[in-house]
Design a protein around this ligand. Structure first.
Ligand SMILES: Cc1cc2nc3c(=O)[nH]c(=O)nc-3n(C[C@H](O)[C@H](O)[C@H](O)COP(=O)(O)OP(=O)(O)OC[C@H]3O[C@@H](n4cnc5c(N)ncnc54)[C@H](O)[C@@H]3O)c2cc1C
Length: 323
């Protein structure tokens, strides 16, 4: 089987970002999943076991002392080195800001094809085919690669399942990174959110609230349901504009794109710009008092009712099942 490279993104605190699991699951359906990490000398060893647990059969550690100093270039060089060393022709990255940045530069370096924001990836007749949800989720399109190397950025949460855990083989190489062609990291400010809830982009369940909640005080109903389900909280733009929650929680065309297993929309009408950010969720549940609200056009399950009547009952029922 051919090696399929996955860029494992690492946070400033040294944690492997959630996207690695999804990417390794996708890679395992295409070939041998290989996790590639750029790490400071000696720092890669601690990442091997968790990457194996996520399904990496091989971990390629590219060591450079520039990893905390230069923007993107260490990851680009790590993938270039791994692609050459392992003759890999498929490379998967998260469709995050960092992932897209690295993918674009990598495509130039490897003269490779690049498909971004895929919600699925498969091999068909020897070619890599990526699936995309476009124009606000109105169309599903496919792009296939003709060249020798295919690079795909994958929407977070879009891939179901998990690769089998493995005890990975480890390859450690030193790489050199040209500082002249890099942006330099001057200072890092990691936004700290005071919540134990899952991160919105990567959450498997999202509960979002809209203008129908009526006020910031009443928006806590959304949070209560989210907490009962262990879900992330999202919001429509109208809810954000009205000041119910921070813009970081906005789902949609001008907010975050999510692709969870379950998306629950409370008091959200389902405008096209909102749908653009959540339409690829596997199961959509909508609660809205207007039976004609467009959200019901895409909902798998819909409840016509007042959120302040329905949701407390839902939370109570969930509590009974989980206690
Ligand atoms: C360029 C552009 C970009 C945009 N980007 C985004 C984006 O990223 N994300 C986004 O969400 N929007 C975006 N919008 C705004 C979008 O067009 C809608 O205005 C917005 O999504 C509406 O939010 P809403 O559904 O919460 O509010 P509304 O459309 O006002 O809907 C509120 C819903 O709540 C229901 N409701 C009211 N009270 C209750 C109750 N007690 N119980 C149950 N249901 C109730 C109503 O029936 C109604 O359907 C964008 C618009 C533009 C022009």
């Amino acid at each position: 089987m051919s090696n399929v490279l996955v860029l494992a993104e690492v946070s400033n605190t040294g944690q492997i970002r959630n996207s690695a699991g999804m990417l390794l699951a996708a890679a395992s359906s295409l070939g041998t999943p290989v996790a590639v990490v750029a790490a400071a000398p000696g720092a890669g060893a601690a990442l091997v076991e968790p990457l194996g647990a996520l399904g990496a059969q091989l971990v390629y550690v590219a060591e450079t002392d520039q990893v905390d100093v230069l923007l993107s270039s260490p990851q680009v060089e790590a993938l270039v080195a791994a692609a050459h060393a392992l003759t890999a022709s498929t490379i998967l990255l998260a469709n995050s800001a960092d992932g897209r940045d690295v993918a674009a530069r990598l495509a130039v370096r490897l003269t490779a094809g690049l498909a971004i924001d895929a919600i699925g990836v498969r091999e068909e007749n020897g070619r890599i085919v990526a699936t995309h949800s476009v124009f606000g989720g109105s169309y599903t399109v496919e792009s296939a690669f003709d060249g020798e190397v295919a690079i795909v950025t994958v929407r977070q949460g879009a891939i179901e399942g998990k690769a089998d855990a493995a005890i990975p083989t480890v390859t450690t190489e030193s790489i050199s990174v040209d500082a002249a062609s890099s942006g330099v990291i001057d200072a890092v400010h990691e936004a700290v959110t005071a919540t134990d809830r899952p991160e919105l982009r990567a959450a498997t369940t999202v509960v979002s609230g809209g203008r129908g909640l009526g006020s910031a005080e009443k928006f806590v109903l959304v949070e209560h349901l989210a907490d009962a389900l262990g879900a992330a909280v999202g919001a429509s733009r109208a809810a954000v504009d009205a000041g119910y929650v921070d813009h970081a929680l906005q789902v949609g065309q001008t907010g975050v794109t999510v692709a969870p297993q379950l998306y629950i929309a409370l008091g959200i009408s389902g405008a096209i710009q909102h749908r653009a950010g959540m339409q690829t969720a596997k199961t959509i549940v909508a609660i809205n008092k207007d039976a004609d609200a467009p959200i019901f056009d895409i909902a798998d399950f819909g409840i016509v009712g007042d959120v302040f009547t329905v949701v407390p009952q839902l939370i109570e029922a969930i509590g009974k099942r989980t206690s």
